[in-house]
Design a binder for this molecule. Sequence first.
Ligand code: ADP
Ligand code: ASP
Ligand code: MG
Length: 412
Amino acid sequence: MTLIVQKYGGTSVGTIERIQAVANRVVQSQKQNHQIVVVVSAMSGETDRLLSLAKSLSRMPPPRELDVLLSTGEQVTIALLSMALEEKGYTAVSYTGAQVHIRTDNVHNKARIVDIDSARVQQQLRQGKIVVVAGFQGIDEDGNITTLGRGGSDTTAVAMAAALNADECHIYTDVDGVYTADPRIVQSAKRLRVITYEEMLEMASLGSKVLQIRAVEFARKYNVDLRVLSSFETGSGTLITDEDENMEAALISGIAHNRDEAKLTIVGVPDMPGIASQILGPIADANIEVDMIVQNVGLDNTTDFTFTVNRGDYEKALAILQKTAQSIDAKNVAGDNKIVKISVVGVGMRSHAGIASTMFSALADEGINIQMISTSEIKISVVVAEKYLELGLRTLHTAFALDNGAVTDLIN
Ligand code: ADP
Ligand code: ASP
Ligand code: MG
């Protein structure tokens, strides 16, 4: 008997028919002598709908109350899926995050799981039941409902798998695996047969929302055997795993993009010690996360300082920066929220030179201007105008020969 945690995302449980199809799939797995824990998301569009209800009442809804609201989406789908399973003659039991003791910290709207007491789930499994758990939610020390940030059901599934010491964790979604680029934008993208935790972590943090970052972090930390699969088709999907010697490192395994950023620049800042912290201090105090930072020193002893933030924080950051500009005697403040970050990722980059120049010249050949650059050991990111998103992705996909399977041994 093996224990499998299966997670179904919003589109996969988006209608009654799809919930019935999920029930069929769960039942088939159980028949193959597996114990099954199912984690579900809210029906597609539901979390957005709840968010906009809250926003129509309040510009900044109280985070605690927002979590009470948002967690209802998943409570609907656990109940419906359990009913669908019972209807087929199977015994199922649904649980909210609190009921199975998914303990989190108290950071509402983006809480982290700190502990899961899996005794109750284990007891139900021993009785032959299919256990259906609400994704995306937990409970803090004081009994308040928390949510785990967008895409958080992935993390619930991986954390459940770790806590239960499950044999496998399957993430069922609306694509049949992890691709070399978002298959909805790059038609020639190829499905990867395997990808390392490290690369997946990088792809997720650079905007590939196929898996939530924390889910990958958890999987790596607890060595969870994680697979991304289609809930609509059969197939072997993509395995996320440790690097092993038999896995030939791809030079570039994927290209990620993030539309969710905005750029701010403060121009003509006096170039002296402490200026960066004077600019970024008030931004951090307002709980705004900064991603990329570029500082150029001009000949006249002033500098231009540019950074990116989440697009949702753009207006707030701009207002703060305008205040700072006055106090430090800067010439000007500028901003642009029509930008996109495109990143190439690959562990093979460690041992190869020339990736950056290939990337930059491919973009230049298409007349795409690079506004910012940042690099790490296994990725290179550029910021370009949003209108170049599709062209930029396709150009780089071709430039790194991903269209014709440069990572052939990693692709089915
Ligand atoms: P779910 O609701 O099942 O959690 P998500 O919408 O969160 O699904 O994630 C799946 C989506 O991720 C796909 O529909 C796809 O558009 C997007 N995506 C972005 N980058 C990639 C990638 N490299 N490989 C596969 N899918 C990707
Ligand atoms: N329902 C939540 C969201 O839309 C969590 C999830 O689907 O993973 O972000
Ligand atoms: Mg998701």
